[in-house]
Design a protein around this ligand. Structure first.
Ligand code: MRU
Length: 335
């Protein structure tokens, strides 16, 4: 297996094109997809060439810039980009930042997209430090999905906390799930941790209770796709299971997400739209059937962790704790 170069950037902006590292084929192959219009960027987001809440927000912002450069209708462009994936609010947040400028000037829109990219990187480093400060020396951690450089402008959110804590010598053990069905953990997180030379072990998603019952995990550290005003958190399918099991066995749960992931207009988790993806992503693997021909599936790809199961939400503005309705309002402003 040829692993991609550590210097490979998941999102590369060329002024007249957006080049995306194709996360569908990592780590087996390093290929990129070049997009020259909002429609092409929306397709890449929908098909998971680029994924992870902050990364799809950044990609969508550049998608809008591409249509501004081409003189296309920006209302249409924003609409097609917004419809590409429903759960991560970062996508809508990034588009709203550009459309709030009320301009079709491509240079101004490009500067805003660049600012979103730069801020995301800076916020990730800040959250890394804030989250690592919560972790006691010798801690064992478990993460889910991929929340690293591939899912953001760099460093990562939950994986950024793990990177920072590892660099400070705080971690005794790092576990990550495989994250079925799309295998973000097995394919992407494992690759990033290898690149960083952070020793880690993968567990099957179904091994979570066994790991926590054996008291091998102190902190479950995850990202988020949307955090409601009361702290309920949508993240990759399986996160709620991790939090419920953690509560049962006494491990703590840390959610790490920048302020662009908070949706103060959504009051509770039940109101967050949950993306359901095609059956074939569950019944097949790399084009080969793993279930009997014609078997039906139900494939929601996010779930909601109730705020009551979360010990801390780390955002770049600070560490939020319960009651979340209050701490979110204090740190992130009123609706
Ligand atoms: O379906 P994906 O791969 O886009 O889902 C990604 C996640 O659920 C991440 O945990 C979340 O977006 C945070 S990424 C910093």
């Amino acid at each position: 297996m040829t692993l991609p170069d550590a210097a490979v950037q998941p999102i590369q902006w060329h002024g007249d094109a957006l080049e995306l590292l194709d996360q569908r084929v990592l780590p087996l192959r390093t290929e990129t997809v070049r997009c020259v219009s909002a429609i092409e960027v929306a397709k890449a987001i929908h098909e998971m060439v680029v994924r992870g809440a902050p990364a799809i927000g950044i990609a969508a912002a550049y998608g809008l810039v591409l249509d501004a450069r081409a003189g296309r209708d920006l209302v249409d462009a924003a609409g097609v980009l917004a419809a590409s994936r429903p759960t991560a609010i970062n996508l809508h947040w990034a588009l709203a930042r550009l459309t709030a400028l009320k301009t079709t000037d491509a240079d101004r829109l490009e500067a805003e997209a660049q600012a979103i990219f730069a801020e995301d990187l800076d916020q990730n480093h800040r959250m890394g430090a804030l989250g690592a400060a919560l972790i006691e020396p010798g801690a064992r951690v478990l993460t889910h999905c991929n929340t690293g450089a591939l899912a953001t402008a760099g460093h990562g959110t939950a994986l950024g906390v793990i990177r920072t804590a590892w660099a400070k010598g705080q971690l005794a053990e790092v576990f990550h799930t495989e994250t079925r069905p799309w295998l973000q953990g097995a394919r992407l997180t494992a690759w990033e941790l290898q690149q960083e030379r952070i020793p880690s072990r993968m567990i099957a998603d179904a091994a979570v209770a066994q790991l926590m019952q054996a008291k091998k995990v102190d902190w479950v550290i995850v990202g988020a796709d949307r955090i409601a005003a009361n702290g309920d958190t949508a993240n990759k399918i399986g996160t709620a299971t991790l939090a419920i099991v953690a509560k049962h066995y006494g491990a703590r749960v840390m959610v790490v997400a920048p302020s662009g992931t908070f949706d103060l207009n959504t009051l509770r988790g039940a109101d967050i739209p949950i993306e359901t993806r095609p059956d074939v992503e569950l019944t097949h693997f790399r084009g080969e059937a793993i279930a009997p021909e014609g078997h039906r599936a139900f494939n929601p790809v996010f779930d909601v962790t109730p705020a009551g199961l979360i010990d801390a939400i780390v955002c770049e503005k600070g560490v939020l704790t319960a009651p979340y309705s209050e701490s979110i309002r204090t740190h992130l402003g009123k609706t």
